[in-house]
Write a protein that binds this ligand. Sequence first.
Ligand code: HEM
Length: 482
Amino acid sequence: QRGQKQVNGKLPPHVPSPIPWFGNAVAYGIQPVKFLEKCREQYGDMFTFTMIGRKMTFALGPEGNHFLFNVKLAHATAEGAYDKLTVPVFGEGVVYDVENSIFMEQKKFVKDALTTTAFRTYIPIIRKEAQDFFKSWADQSDKFELFPEMAELTIRTASHCLMGKEIREQLHQQANVAQLYHHLDQGFQPINVFIRNLPLPNYWNRDKANKTMTELFLRILKNRRASGTENQHDVLESLMNSTYRDGSRMTDTDVAHMMIATLMAGQHTSSTTVSWILFELANNPHVIPELIKEQSEVLTGKPDTPISDLPDFDYDQLRKMPLLECVMKETLRLHPPIHTVMRLVVKDLEYKGYTIPAGHFICGSQAVSQMDPTRYPEPEKFDPWRHMGSEEGSGEWTINGVDIAQKSAKSHFLPFGAGRHRCIGEAFAYIQIKTIIATFLREFEHDLLKNDKGENIFPPMDFTSLIVMPQKPSYISYRRRK
Ligand code: HEM
């Protein structure tokens, strides 16, 4: 890292900490939003603090988001910020282990599989997976820890739709894939942003799981080629058949690693969102009848058709349920799974009269801008109707990271990011999560547990994992609808 004296220009204000080197790691790590809001009150939209020997410079607010998401590659990179974390989990040759221009093409190969035609086929698959899964809850009523259940359901739905039927079958036949997934996940901790390897069993398990998962995908790939069953319209097929602009193809190992990356990128982001939606609905039960009424109106033209008489919905009907969409948006506003986005500065950057030196991490936080009371009055309140008719946060992803993505980056609401690193899974996440929620609400009534005073126990957000999850224990109770 460069010493501060070498920098030409004014550095952003520095947040002090009594602990050298370790710095503000604890305050930021436990309550990042509160910590950043407090720093903002004192120092404004831009400031730097030390964390585990690194200088973290935050640019907050919609302008900060715009600056960060559209920063030039020559100045700051995502791979510099995320490679220690991701390369051992995903494997080499993909994502942050390759030049950005190559990764952008790899992203496009995945995105090419996420078409409306594919989505139309996914809705019945997701619905059936959810119905079968809910049937496995044998009792008429029960209480359980919600997040692990939703993690299990989303791994089934996402693997069935995106990874291909072979992986889904493996999940059925043996717990092996779930176990491999768990081991990869263990290597995906915040500390790994800064440290690639520690001499702990987690890391050996992570590396072994990457190897085994890679071999599994390689076998599937080989079998597909040998049996000629290549027309599966899933991500694996898109990756197998795509060519880079220079005419070359991904190696089979790169394809396998890109499959692991896609699986990891979509899993906890989606399962935590499903969980938060159900917690928010249980805490705001007045919204549930409105959601059921919306389904009834769209599917039967009447607001009060008994739930048992509602037909199945398809892709077009799901798109005609704006309240369901707004419930998901409002949940992502309050509980964005990724609360901070980072880049490593590789060449000094100028912003608002300050110089951010090479070696700093430049960071933005949608979690902060999404709680801004000047944009969202009563920001703590769950109010899905505030998103009705709003285009905010929706935008197209483009391979060059310019045009539409740039326009949408100057926003308070960016749960899927913006610019060249924008999420490619947004549309899939919406259909997957909306289908699960719509199916759940037809089957169950659900509540939060109560404390001694009769108040709802709403789980706090756990910021200590990479993806913001409900803090354990986080129960709901359910009753099957008659
Ligand atoms: C990127 C959020 C689901 C694949 C991102 C980013 C965010 C995000 C904030 C930008 C990260 C950055 O700029 O550093 C979410 C949320 C999801 C979700 C909230 C669900 C609710 C998915 C799914 C997939 C996926 C289902 C795969 C099908 C990706 C990929 C990137 C990405 C490949 C690109 C990373 C890059 O270019 O550096 N996501 N995501 N995501 N996401 Fe998602």
